[in-house]
Design a protein around this ligand. Structure first.
Ligand SMILES: Cc1cc2nc3c(=O)[nH]c(=O)nc-3n(C[C@H](O)[C@H](O)[C@H](O)COP(=O)(O)O)c2cc1C
Length: 338
């Protein structure tokens, strides 16, 4: 019985191969020249990737769900799906800006993802540098501590977004250098603080100054994907759009940021938790970037997860399953060409 079944499958496969041959031609120009492909050196991969430590927790997949949303009914659905998929595959997650929680707890459940993601995986809160300035100026550090405690997060992302804030009609003004503000913050809190950009990346001098602080790590939020300067311009009038359009094209790609970090002294990079993100289009690019960095890192995505998190959970879970399969194969058969 089984052999008839296998014979039928084989026959249908042979037929598929004949039917699909013409559609399966690749041009030589389409070759991805970033990798060497080594089919002779390894067996098929095990079911799991090597684990990676992040903020003293263990990730089973070197992938991060970048900070996105909170503060609306839809956000609760999205965050719950994202936290659930992190739990299923062993990934970490950043919450979107938790600013609404500083004043009012009515939207707490949109952000309250600890019970969904579980105790064992990293979950981080998120605030802008302008809010941190304000908290410090008004001596309201207790509000921040209360927020971090009630969310049961492993630490806080502070996002640096001066261009976005400046372009936003209702945006905040940043009155001190972020380095100064972060130094003041780090003196007052004992939970891990990480810094991120939101889609334009971070230049070499800022990176060095940031890494020199007692931060627990960094997320790139590099140029090449979602761009908040562009988003703010799209929200504004036509004249402003035209005149300020060049600002949306300023920044640093993830690959450039990797080069900057690789050049920094080991002493200031040691023990930093690193998330390579911003325009990381797929698992192969993520794998490539992780291999290029001298330090252990994970890669992060925002918009790619959002595409699936808004709908049925099964679509999001399938997306991550395929991403994991891709990474498993990459680990076994691909090395970066020098
Ligand atoms: C809908 C949406 C909301 C976002 N909200 C935040 C936020 O609240 N705080 C933050 O630090 N970054 C936020 N980001 C930026 C992302 O964390 C990430 O840095 C950026 O989108 C680049 O990643 P991508 O190219 O994979 O989308 C948001 C991104 C998206 C798409």
């Amino acid at each position: 019985m089984k052999s008839v079944y296998l014979r039928n499958i084989m026959e249908s496969r042979k037929k598929d191969h004949i039917d699909l041959t013409l559609r399966s031609q690749m041009s030589k120009e389409s070759l991805n020249k970033k990798f060497n492909y080594e089919p002779a050196l390894r067996a098929h991969p095990e079911a799991e990737l090597p684990t990676i430590n992040f903020l003293n927790k263990t990730l089973r997949l070197p992938v991060w769900v970048s900070s996105m949303t909170g503060g609306t009914e839809q956000a609760r659905h999205i965050n719950t799906n994202l936290a659930k998929v992190c739990r299923e595959y062993g990934m970490g997650m950043g919450l979107g800006s938790c600013r609404p929680l500083l004043e009012d707890k009515s939207r707490f459940s949109d952000f309250n993802m600890r019970s969904v993601i579980g105790e064992d995986l990293p979950l981080l809160a998120n605030l802008g540098i302008a809010q941190i300035e304000e908290i410090l100026e008004k001596r309201e550090i207790d509000k921040l501590l209360e927020m971090v405690n009630s969310l049961q997060v492993d630490g806080l992302f502070v996002h640096l977004n001066p261009i976005q804030e400046y372009l936003q009609p209702e945006g905040d003004r940043i009155r001190f250098s972020p380095i100064e503000t972060l130094e003041r913050l780090l003196e007052k809190v004992n939970f891990p603080v990480l810094v991120k950009e939101v889609g334009q990346g971070i230049g070499p001098k800022s990176l060095e100054a940031l890494m020199d602080l007692n931060l627990a790590g960094i997320e790139f939020g590099a140029f090449g994907g979602t761009n908040f300067a562009q988003m703010e311009l799209l929200r504004s009038d036509e004249t402003k759009q035209k005149l300020l359009d060049p600002l949306a094209k300023i920044g640093h790609t993830a690959e450039e940021m990797i080069d900057y970090l690789n050049l920094l002294p080991y002493g200031i990079m040691n023990m930093k938790n690193i998330i390579i993100s911003g325009g990381v289009n797929d698992w192969l690019e993520g794998y490539y970037l992780m291999q290029k960095l001298k330090y252990p890192a994970v890669f992060g995505q925002a918009s790619a997860f959002l595409k699936y998190a808004n709908g049925e959970y099964s679509q999001l879970s399938d997306y991550v399953l395929n991403l994991k399969k891709g990474l498993l194969l990459a680990h076994s058969y691909l090395t970066v060409r020098e």
